[in-house]
Structure formats: C-alpha cells, structure tokens
Design a protein around this ligand. Structure first.
Ligand code: G5P
Length: 224
C-alpha cells in the first residue's frame, strides 16, 4: 500500500502559505486544498453559504468554525487514499480538533514572517478572481501589468489586503493560532521557519519534506 502523507501549513496572512504550498504540491505530488480558495469559490458561486462567508471575509474576520469544517472536511473525506496538503485550515483550536476526529496530520509547517514584510507583500498583492492565481507586483508580477497571464482578464486586490484591514487580521491571527501551534508542538509534528524571503525558506522546507515523506510508516486515516 502506498505511504500517505498529510500536512498542513500555517502562517499569518501574506506569510507565503499559498506560494510555498504550490511548490510543495508540485514537487511532492500532494493534493492541495486551500481554505481561502474554497471560500472565494463559494462567494463567487453566490450560494447560501457564500453569501454568509462574504460577510466575514469582507470584514477580515474568521469564518465561523462550523462553516469551515463543513467546507473542508468533506473534501478530505473524498481524498481517502491520497496524500494532501492543507493551506489555511485548521486555523482555530476547534477546527484542529474537528480535523483530528477525521485524521492525524503527519507534519505541520508554521511560517514566522516579520510584520513589516507581511505589510509590504499584501499591499502589493493582486489576484485573478476566477482562478485564484496570485501575483505580487515585486516578487512575481504578471507579464502584462494588471492582467492575468493565462486569460488576460483583469486582476483585482482583495478588500482584506487593504492596509486598514491588515492590522486587525494580523492581530487576530496571532491570538487564534497560538493554541493550535501549541497543540501541534505538543504532538511533535510542528516545524517552524522564520525569514523575510520565501526563496530562502523554501530549500529548508523542501529538504524537510524529502526526509519526512520517505520516513512515513503507514496510512493512519480514520473515518467516523
Ligand atoms: P486565505 O486566502 O487563506 P490568508 O489571509 O491567510 O488568506 P494569504 O493572504 O492568502 O493568507 P499566504 O497564502 O500566506 O497569504 O501568502 P501568499 O499568498 O503565498 O503570499 C502573499 C503575497 O506575497 C503574494 O503576492 C506572494 O506572491 C508574495 N510573496 C510570497 N513570498 C514572497 C517573498 O519572498 N518576497 C516577496 N516580495 N513577496 C512574496 O484566507 C482569506 C480569508 O478567508 C478566511 C479569513 O477571513 C481569511 O482572511 N479564512 C478562514 N476563516 C476561518 N477559518 C479558516 N480556516 C479560514 N481560512 C480562510
């Protein structure tokens, strides 16, 4: 039986979770699940859940735990037999507990990035709303300014990346992440990375995953 690997990546808004997750998914063939992407998808679809979610995301507030678990856990149930990486979930202790009722994580990556760096990155970030592709005007600019590389459609800036919303997001992130980080630390699966530059952090994460993925003993997925 193939060895399965379940990982999550945590970090404040703008810490590089999405950028690093895409590199991990590509390099290690993990299925990639981004909570932010699924939330934006539900907003765009204008479903009942999407209308509710919009009211939180627009105010830079965390979406309630029961909405998040309903959004994320069924997707994981469908991925039985696959290795995956979660980006942005779990973000609260209650989400982490709900996840642990479904499966145990093998590894959690935590990104510690200085506030000034986060501020610079987020105020420079633009996305293609239909696909969720992310650009940074300094780090990875689009080929044509203001346009998505693939479709040529216009790029937009999230309301929650604007400076007034940013401070509140970062403060709130720290408060809710602390018990989650402590939980994973106590389980011995937390690996923290600090720095101002994704390209410098990436080789350490790459090397950690190369080692860990070859050491996985066996599948431990539980369903209830
Ligand atoms: P998201 O979408 O999960 P955030 O706010 O946690 O959003 P975000 O903003 O998407 O996280 P990130 O994924 O950590 O940031 O970082 P990124 O997108 O890769 O990089 C940020 C920018 O910096 C990009 O432009 C990138 O190109 C650039 N960059 C990366 N590395 C470097 C570098 O080294 N140098 C430079 N110069 N630039 C770089 O969640 C959105 C909202 O959904 C809700 C919340 O309301 C949240 O605000 N939500 C949840 N609510 C409750 N529970 C959950 N589990 C939730 N998940 C999402």
């Amino acid at each position: 039986m193939a060895k399965l690997f379940r990982a999550a990546i945590m970090g404040p808004p703008g810490s590089g979770k999405g950028t690093i997750s895409q590199r991990i998914a590509q390099s290690f063939g993990l299925q990639y699940l981004s909570s932010g992407h699924y939330l934006r998808e539900s907003i765009a679809a204008n479903t009942e859940a999407g209308v509710l979610v919009r009211t939180y995301v627009e105010r830079s507030m965390l979406v309630p735990d029961h909405v998040m678990t309903r959004l994320m856990l069924p997707r994981l149930e469908h991925l039985i037999g696959h290795s995956w990486l979660l980006d942005g979930f779990p973000r609260t202790l209650s989400q982490a507990q709900a996840l642990s009722n479904l499966c145990q994580l093998d590894l959690v990556i935590s990104l510690n990035i200085p506030y000034e760096t986060l501020k610079e990155r987020l105020s420079d970030r633009w996305i293609h709303p239909a696909s969720g592709r992310v650009y940074n005007m300094g780090f990875n600019p689009p080929r044509v300014q203001g346009k998505d590389d693939i479709t040529g459609e216009p790029l937009i800036q999230h309301d929650d990346d604007k400076p007034e919303a940013l401070m509140a997001r970062l403060r709130h992130y720290k408060d809710v992440a602390k018990p989650v980080i402590n939980l994973y630390k106590s389980q011995g699966i937390l690996h923290s990375f600090s720095g101002t530059d994704t390209d410098r952090i990436w080789p350490y994460i790459n090397s950690l995953l190369s080692t860990k993925m070859h050491m996985q003993p066996s599948d431990s997925f539980q369903t209830q």
